[in-house]
Write a protein that binds this ligand. Structure first.
Ligand SMILES: *[C@@H]1O[C@H](CO)[C@@H](O)[C@H](O)[C@H]1NC(C)=O
Ligand SMILES: *[C@@H]1O[C@H](CO)[C@@H](O)[C@H](O)[C@H]1NC(C)=O
Ligand SMILES: *[C@@H]1O[C@H](CO)[C@@H](O)[C@H](O)[C@H]1NC(C)=O
Length: 361
């Protein structure tokens, strides 16, 4: 059997190689990782739980869009109405500058999100900061007084000396809040775009205080319950090039005939040893194309005029001209939820992962 890589995405091509067993395992794994946009196999050390919103987004993507509704736009994140195929949640890695009872200030802390996992050429389209408190802090019988929150851009100086004034006193945002059980959401798209240049990513300074009371004792230890993360949507254009017509289909007929047809193939991430970093799905129905493209080619074989001519020539001169190839002509996407090498939760959309239809080309 000849190998036919025509018209297939890299991932599908690699699956073919897996089936034929023409490469050693390490090479196959590296190629498959590369086709998924990863340079090394992630090995999470202390992965955080998947945020509920990300789970929900993943689950929405595992079911085909309901009949009558527009199919989902590839490389578009409906939830935020922005282009993108990668959604990452970065936990905050900044340290505290001051904790508690500095006059009116409850806490002063650096926020830092390590963007080193963003690849060259990735286009950041949205960044949203979420500040929440893991527990509704007990505030006794004290009357509810507002907290005041401010965010500043940090400067290099601020990171070393940490003098209070070593950063721009021009706040990016200022907001008061009373209830600690509500998440505070801030749009940091413009700020985060700069952070793709590592030298510019010095983070932010977060201050929370009670300026109206000038008494840090009313801070209710909120520093201990602070939970800050940054949700970033980006577009890796090299994985969004495909414009072929697609159909979401999870049904593939089983066939015993040797005519070119999609064949069932379930790829289990457990079987390839990826269960420790791929959160979901556990595997997926990738399928592949296999079979003859005999003369005369019928319409069901989705041939091109060129392939029809090629089978004719082949039937006249079998030694000199090969049969056309049985290759994927229609593929559908899948989404994968995983931990990257920095323990961030990533939801990523991949085009052309499932073979829906085959043809002779
Ligand atoms: C960001 O993450 C990379 C990769 O894990 C690491 O090498 C680098 O030191 C981190 N940067 C900072 C400032 O923590
Ligand atoms: C966030 O800010 C960017 C840039 O200022 C803007 O284009 C975008 O519409 C904002 N997004 C939301 C959800 O407000
Ligand atoms: C060719 O396309 C048709 C519909 O466009 C489909 O029903 C058929 O299964 C395809 N043929 C193969 C071999 O996949």
């Amino acid at each position: 059997m000849r190998l036919c890589h025509l018209h297939s995405s890299l991932a599908v091509g690699i699956l073919w190689a897996l089936l034929v067993g023409s490469m050693d395992l390490k090479t196959q794994e590296n190629l498959l990782l590369k086709s998924l946009g990863l340079s090394v196999k992630p090995s999470p050390r202390s992965p955080a739980p998947v945020p509920p919103l990300i789970w929900k987004m993943f689950q929405t993507r595992t079911v085909p869009s309901p009949a009558g509704k527009e199919p989902r736009r590839p490389c578009w994140v409906e939830e935020f109405n922005v282009p993108g195929n990668i959604i990452r949640v970065f936990p905050d890695q900044g340290g505290f500058i001051h904790k508690r009872e500095q006059g009116w200030l409850c806490l002063q802390k650096r926020l830092y999100f390590n963007f080193s996992v963003l690849e060259e050429g990735e286009l950041l389209t949205m960044a949203q900061l979420e500040i929440k408190f893991r527990r509704n802090v007990y505030r006794g019988s004290a009357p509810a007084h507002p907290f005041e929150l401010s965010l500043y851009r940090a400067s290099q100086l601020a990171l070393r000396g940490m003098s209070t004034h070593a950063y721009s006193r021009q706040p990016l945002v200022e907001q008061s809040f009373i209830h600690l059980h509500k998440s505070l959401i801030f749009n940091l798209t413009d700020v985060a775009k700069d952070w793709q240049t590592p030298t510019k990513n010095v983070g932010l300074i977060l201050e929370i205080g009670t300026p109206t009371l000038l008494d840090g004792k009313l801070c209710s230890d909120i520093d201990a319950f602070l939970d800050t993360s940054l949700l970033v949507v980006s577009l890796a254009p090299q994985q969004c090039k495909n414009t072929r017509k697609k159909r979401s289909s999870y049904y593939t007929p089983i066939s015993t005939s040797n005519i070119c047809k999609p064949r069932r193939l379930y790829i289990s991430f457990n079987d390839i040893g990826w269960e420790n970093w791929i959160i979901a799905p556990k595997g997926y129905m990738a399928n592949y194309c296999l079979g003859e493209c005999p003369f005369p080619l019928t319409e069901e074989l989705n041939s091109t005029n060129h392939a029809i001519l090629q089978t004719m020539v082949h039937s006249l001169d079998p030694e000199g001209t090969p049969q056309p190839c049985c290759v994927p002509v229609r593929l559908s996407p899948i989404s994968i939820l995983y931990y990257d090498n920095n323990d961030n939760v990533v939801l990523r959309h991949y085009e052309d992962m499932v073979v829906d239809e085959c043809g002779c080309r």
